[in-house]
Design a protein around this ligand. Structure first.
Ligand code: AMP
Ligand code: GLY
Length: 424
């Protein structure tokens, strides 16, 4: 079959790398892809949000399955667009329709969903411009620190952790009155701050059954020792050592099953990945967020551990028989280290020539923000590459990926040398 992957980041590179290994695939297309995805399939310069362009590609290249990488096209309704298109409605799309994508597209929706279906999460209340006074009064009754979340998509920037009441009040006003995060902050969720260790759990569902994919831990801060500004993710490790059988049983019975059953009860069709961001609070899992896609850079650690054909699982989603499918998992640990442009997550320079990737032999180098110009691979984004190694122990994997991250060069390159070391 011919498959199209939509997106251009490290996550999509990992999907392309994995799907290209499948014997079930004839032609693989990536739109728009990056300088690395061309090794695995055909890059096509169509943006992830250009639905008409993508529709045309699917029809002209006889594509039989579409995998959507990022959240934006899902929240904008790409799956619905296909279903409403007479020539495309039979083409399976992996990724939820607009209704399900609200789990990520609206934090208020996600909180109400969790409350309705008894999924453990932090206490919260939502406010808008009309209820600002009540919101300010509510803040007075809450413990510090307190978390303020823009309801809509804000490119990973819409969550503020406020340590004083004055700061929380000022931020609530800035979000509701001054549109600090644009339309995304026209509603704000005020949420109790949870302490604990974060991890992510990934679920693939056809709307009826589900498969629990490997857990992963993501390192969000720019600085070593988890300091400095938030980023899209500086590295990841899979599996997460503290996510043992007992903990994962709790995750499955208290969170995964109620989530899948909740979608069914609410009449929300869902075919795709669910990324559950969790806080392990003294051995008890709480949901921090849902995302309606895989994580980046978690995918770069999760997929290399899946030994069997991923296309089998994707076909299970497409055909609605996922429960009949199975997959095999490597017992090894995967560690990914992300190489970013100097200055990221603030202003950074692009267009720097990248050298020495060919000298990395023991790790997989997944491209993210890269572009080819006259045969030279150059940086073209904040997160540029992810270097993933598998090892018999977490230590081996980390040593290899960190060493290989050091082998690659571009001007201003930065990476964290402490990814995963908190888990040793
Ligand atoms: P999100 O955009 O929902 O992933 O939030 C970004 C980050 O903020 C998370 O990865 C957490 O580190 C942190 N965070 C979000 N909600 C909470 C909470 N209720 N308690 C503590 N930290 C939180
Ligand atoms: N790594 C976090 C995310 O993909 O949202």
């Amino acid at each position: 079959m011919n498959i199209l992957i939509i997106g251009s980041g490290g996550r999509e590179s990992a999907f392309a790398w994995k799907i290209a290994q499948s014997k079930q695939v004839s032609e693989l297309y990536i739109a728009p892809g990056n300088a690395g995805t061309g090794q695995y399939g055909h890059n096509v310069p169509i943006k992830a949000t250009d639905f008409d362009g993508l529709a045309n590609l699917v029809l002209t290249k006889d594509i039989q399955l579409v995998l959507v990488g990022p959240e934006e096209p899902l929240v904008n309704g790409i799956h619905d667009f296909f279903l409403n298109h007479p020539e495309l409605k039979h083409i399976p799309v992996i990724g939820p329709q607009k209704a399900g994508a609200q789990l990520e597209g609206s934090k208020d929706f996600a909180k109400q969903f969790m409350q309705r279906h008894g999924v453990p999460t932090a206490n919260s209340r939502s406010f808008d411009k009309d209820t600002l006074t009540a919101g300010l009064a509510y803040l007075e009754t809450q413990k510090l620190p307190i978390v303020l979340k823009a309801d809509g998509l804000a490119a990973g920037k819409g969550v503020l952790i406020c340590t004083t009441l004055d700061e929380a009040k000022a931020e609530l006003q800035a979000m509701l009155l001054d549109a600090k995060f644009g339309q995304a902050s026209s509603t704000v969720v005020i949420e109790e701050f949870l302490t604990g260790i974060e991890l992510s759990v990934f679920v693939l569902t056809d709307g009826e059954g589900y498969k629990l994919l490997p857990s992963a831990k993501d390192y969000k801060r720019i600085g070593e020792g988890d300091t400095g500004l938030n980023t899209g993710g500086m590295g990841s490790v899979s599996p997460v050592p503290f996510a043992d059988e007992e903990f994962m049983d709790k995750v499955e019975t208290r969170i995964v099953i109620p989530t899948i059953e909740g979608l069914k009860k609410d009449g929300i069709p869902y075919k795709g990945f669910i990324f559950i961001g969790l806080m392990n609070r003294g051995g008890e899992p709480y949901v921090i967020e849902y995302n309606v896609r895989m994580g980046d850079p978690e995918t770069q650690s999760v997929l290399p551990r899946i030994e069997s054909d991923l296309v089998d699982l994707l076909r299970g989603v497409a055909e609605g028989n996922l429960t009949e499918r199975s997959f095999t998992l490597s017992p090894k640990t995967a560690a990914s280290v992300v190489l970013v442009s100097g200055g990221y997550p603030g202003d950074y320079e692009s267009g720097k020539a990248i050298s020495n990737i060919e000298n990395v032999k023991e790790s997989i180098v997944f491209h993210a923000g890269t572009q080819e110009e006259n045969g030279v691979v150059k940086s073209a984004g904040g997160r540029v590459l992810a270097v993933t190694a598998l090892g018999d122990s977490i230590f081996d994997a980390l040593q290899q990926s960190t060493a290989d991250a050091g082998r690659i060069y571009f001007e201003g390159k930065y990476f964290r040398r402490d990814i995963g070391f908190d888990l040793l």
